[in-house]
Design a protein around this ligand. Structure first.
Ligand code: NI
Length: 171
């Protein structure tokens, strides 16, 4: 398994819309393993393939706490097929926007259809942190970042900060 470099804001790659996966094969399974290792190393609780530069509709999540047994989840071609009217607020962060956190309001429950790591059709009714995490990661597959859900002023401030940081690294 390999730890892959993370794509960081304001890299335009993060705005790409990822394409559906046509076949779940050994190469794809290797990518899911690399993504999990990259996420654990960061550490984070969710990672979309586009965040390691692969524009394919796939994401990994693990909400287990430190010291607990790992609970890796793999979602291939995930699709939100239902969401609740009631909403919840979580403070979100993102491995592509390091050390920045902001409260985001989203539907409290979602139903997601997807293929698992073996390519088998699955469906999950998620609430709590899993619901928020799934929505955050599925947004990535559509080129959407959690900062798109906060105020324009805050978003412009964080983009400016990361643009400046990226420039100083190049020079
Ligand atoms: Ni993210």
């Amino acid at each position: 398994m390999t730890i892959k470099p993370l794509i960081i804001l304001p890299d335009p790659v993060l705005r790409q819309v990822s394409k559906p996966i046509e076949r779940v094969d050994a190469d794809l399974q290797r990518l899911t393993d690399d993504m999990l290792e990259t996420m654990y190393d960061a550490p984070g609780i969710g990672l979309a393939a586009i965040q390691v530069g692969v524009p394919r509709r796939m994401l990994v999540i693990d909400l287990s706490k430190e010291g607990e047994e790992k609970q890796p989840l793999v979602f291939i071609n995930p699709e939100i097929v239902g969401s609740s009217d009631d909403r919840s607020v979580y403070e979100e962060g993102c491995l592509s926007i390091p050390d920045y956190y902001a409260e985001v309001e989203r539907p409290a429950k979602v139903t997601v259809k997807y293929l698992d790591r073996e390519g088998k059709e699955q469906s999950v009714e998620a609430d709590g942190l899993l619901a928020t995490c799934l929505q955050h990661e599925i947004d990535h597959l559509n080129g959407v970042l959690f900062i798109d859900h906060i105020s324009r002023l805050k978003r412009e401030m964080v983009i400016k900060k990361f643009t400046k940081a990226a420039k100083s690294k190049v020079l």
